[in-house]
Design a protein around this ligand. Structure first.
Ligand SMILES: [Zn+2]
Length: 254
């Protein structure tokens, strides 16, 4: 790893938790929150050889950026994950950790913490910079929760995907209103409408089996979709608003 000071003023705090990408080309940008209240503790954890986790970049709350693993290396941030048929997400992605307490704050009795202006401005610059260096299609700028819906919720429903999309980062459509009329698909339903929902989610890239049965795994993927694309309500119920948003998201693909 090169440890010379980067020209953009970012700080190096190298993590040893990486290996080789092998033959994979980088074509995913994966965003995370740290899920920890203490930013310094999160940085220390990502550098600790015992943690076996790392990221390429860490965005502090005040917008300062820390480089932890070189982009040429395979940082360990995705864990067990899948997208569009690929399961080695680390090999083909750049991972960014955003310092934010996340859902752990809710579990401690506080509100879900928003992302600050300085942090988002710095993150936007960083993402745009990364996108100039790698052939990452907009639809492959993803949340950790998109690729690991059963295990992860980050960066969470307060993350402003629409704002990033307006800056040219990621694929996005205006979510449909919550009160759109029509049938709600819920857990334990079965039939062709459920199969179609699963097929459209799989077509977008989610790791979901097309079974026609609305099982717990389906509800989990629907919740991940909502967290990214219809964040106003994250409940795992495929209401008409969720399904309309999914259809328009697919229709808007280049
Ligand atoms: Zn994550």
């Amino acid at each position: 790893m090169s440890l010379e000071p980067p020209a953009d003023g970012a700080q190096w705090l190298a993590s040893a938790n990486f290996d080789d990408r092998g033959e994979a080309e980088v074509d995913i940008l994966l965003l995370h929150y740290t899920g920890m209240e203490d930013e310094e503790a999160a940085l220390a954890w990502l550098r600790d050889a015992r943690s076996k986790v790392s990221c390429h970049y860490f965005v502090r709350a005040d917008g300062r950026i820390v480089k932890m693993v070189g982009e040429e290396h395979r940082a360990w941030h995705a864990g067990k994950a899948a997208w569009a048929g690929n399961t080695d997400i680390n090999a083909r992605s750049i991972g960014i950790e955003i310092a934010n307490w996340g859902h752990a704050a809710q579990e401690a009795g506080f509100a879900l913490p928003p992302f600050g202006e300085a942090q988002l401005a710095a993150l936007t610059r960083l993402c745009r910079d990364i996108l100039t260096r790698h052939a990452i299609p907009p639809r492959r700028v993803l949340a950790h929760s998109d690729v690991a819906p059963g295990r992860k919720r980050d960066p969470g429903e307060l993350f402003p995907w629409a704002r990033l999309a307006a800056a040219g980062i990621g694929h996005h459509v205006e979510p449909a209103p919550l009160d759109l009329a029509g049938e709600r698909l819920v857990e334990r339903m079965e039939g062709p409408a459920v199969a179609r929902l699963q097929a459209l989610l799989a077509l977008y890239g989610y790791g979901i089996a097309v079974t026609g049965a609305y099982d717990a795994a389906t509800a989990t993927v629907v919740a991940a979709f909502q967290r990214h694309f219809r964040p106003e309500r994250v409940d795992g119920i495929a209401d008409p608003s969720t399904r309309d948003t999914l259809q328009r998201l697919l229709a808007a693909l280049p």
